[in-house]
Design a protein around this ligand. Sequence first.
Ligand code: XIL
Length: 757
Amino acid sequence: MRFLLHALVAGVLVLLSPAPAPAAPAPGSLGALAATRGITFGTAVNADVLSTSAAYRDRLGAEFTTVTPEDAMKWAVVEPVRGQHDWARADAVVDFAVARGQAVRGHTLVWHTSLPAWLTTGTFTTDELRGILRAHIELLVTRYRGRVTAWDVVNEAFDANGSLRRSIWLDRLGPGYIADAFRWARAADPDARLYLNDYDIEWIGPKSTALLALVRQLRAQNVPVDGVGVQAHVMASAQLSQLTRTLRRFAALGVDVAITELDVRAPLPTDAAALAAQARVYRRAVEACLAVERCRSITMWGFTDAHSWIPAGFPGWGAATPLDAQYAAKPAYTAVQNTLSAWQPPADAPNGWWWLDDPAGVTAYDASAGGRHVTTEGTAALGAEGRAPGVSAYGDSGGGGAATAAPVVRTDASYTVSAWVRLTGASEARVAVSQDGPEVSGFYLMYQQYSDRWEFTVPSAGRLPVAWQTAQASVVPQRDVWTHLAGVYDAAGRRLLIYVNGTLAGQRDGVVSWPATGSLRIGRSLSGARFAGRIADVRTWPRAVGAAELRAVADPRVAVWSLDSHTGDAGPLGLDATRSPSGVVWAAGRTGTPGTAVALDGTGWLDAPGPMLRTDQSYSVAAWVRPADLSGYRVAVSQDGAVRSAFYLEYHPDYKRWAYIVPTADTTTGGWQTALSASAPAKDAWAHLVAVYDAGRRQLRLYVDGRLEATVANAVSWRAHGPLRIGRTAGGSQWVGAIDDVRLYPAALSDAEVAAL
Ligand code: XIL
């Protein structure tokens, strides 16, 4: 009560004596540092706290160059009763910001939630509802014209699987509501930048790819979409390794990008390690924005732990902002400061990078800073299945290709080119990557049918006749298997090297290379020699990349969760796992290994963002486990089907053995194929489990501590489309104890490969 009174008095005082508005931002503040980078830095503003707390106002005014009303412009707030508008909160935030020269991001015009009851429960015809939405948009955008410089026009339009989210808008107005909303907003304020805004698009997956496709489609239809906002509500255990790439992918469509709702939550209570992890995530987010030319601003969803939506929105989590509840700087604040002032782009990054996992269409985006996108032609298509479910690739039957408009590689100096390829048709020469010279290509990273080998070839000159200078790989190419190729031209040593799956496989000395100044091509050469099969993750570097680095680029794994105080994926696809808010702690790893493990108490778990393995094809799952309880089914790793998991890598209480179990079908009535360990699991002891489904041999194999302990013959496996889970099944059989170093392979590891892990 006393507090309330106090707050009330303070609020009245504020209203009576508006603070003199010093020009934001103060020297050394995040806003000032960001300005030197050409971006704005801001926060969501809680309008109620703004009106009651001087500390909040002072910091807000001094620190930031952009603000977003956290809730004050949401429909339920501005029009709680039909036709009765309440602008007090929204006006307060806008007035505060405008007085200090801060930009305002308007949030949000169309959303599935925070809608007034009169709207959600009213009975309206479709036309009435469309008219209501239109009037709402026109009213807000017109009211704040010239003061709100960017609007989140449509918020959270997608589901996790990439389909449009069911909402009153989609259900009643159809998907056209999105284009309509943007057009209405543009008409109401031609100068405001209009954004689509969403969460869980910080990495590549069905949702961010669907959003990308939508933006491209809207732009093609001249719908006025100016930007994509990446919310970035993330966990301190995230890695954000794909954020730069994601932002670039959107920016490549010709739109601005922004980080719009950054916060980094941690399970409560936090400790120094959690705050350090959080600081790293903040740093990564800022780096990603700085690395992308069209990233315009970074907005945090609150700046002090005293006022953050996280504890209410995610029970058990909190401490998500860079200032603690007393406004003291946490490590995250310093990390943001340092990054804004000192970050430089990495000098050794690829100068061309085509993941080729773009949505269907003819354009594949360059994820490097170079911005040289490729266009497909002929029978080549994007959207073929890539190395993991949900990650697509370039595919061609042998009648197409893809090319940049300008050269990428300077071929008379050292360079490297790499690609994942999956060769289907081997009846002709098949070129994976090349770059045009006048009559021949400057290089060919290719399959050569005469020798039945992979080769990296540089012709002696740009015009015929030429001598072919070839580094030929010694290994026989495998059909229909994803294979990593890299070709290196070392100008100083005048030699060509070819690497297959990260291993040096061939060399040619005394090579002269000349400048080939035409297009870089994927899937063909200048003269044809089209690739039949699939291609993914093509990279180029303006230097001779060394063996160790190429081994890392050729990482065959589709996920690597080291669980070293984070659930990020250190593998090439960067598919971070998420963890439950409770029931999970970081624990000591195996003796002699760096980093932590994760310890689950029987209620906690970790989930991948989707299916990670094609379980109807060969795969391998490796994990270190240390059971703390053997009284029930204890599932270490599984991947969801509809009613069963595709596999259960677990402790089986009846047999008292490790078990790798594959149901014969995704039905409740099917049978079980069970590989049981010979050795008996010991409580509180580490064991290394590897489950292998070998589709070629129709085998299930279970390895314990590197030894093959069980084989099931004539095995069948089916495709599971649900998420991969660590420490549980969808049905709830949970792990109790520690888990570490979970690794997934889209291939059947051999006995020798397992022993070498
Ligand atoms: C949140 C606010 O922070 C809370 O105060 C409110 O109760 C619910 O909404 N994505 C968005 C924001 O776009 O509008 C949400 O804000 C957080 C998630």
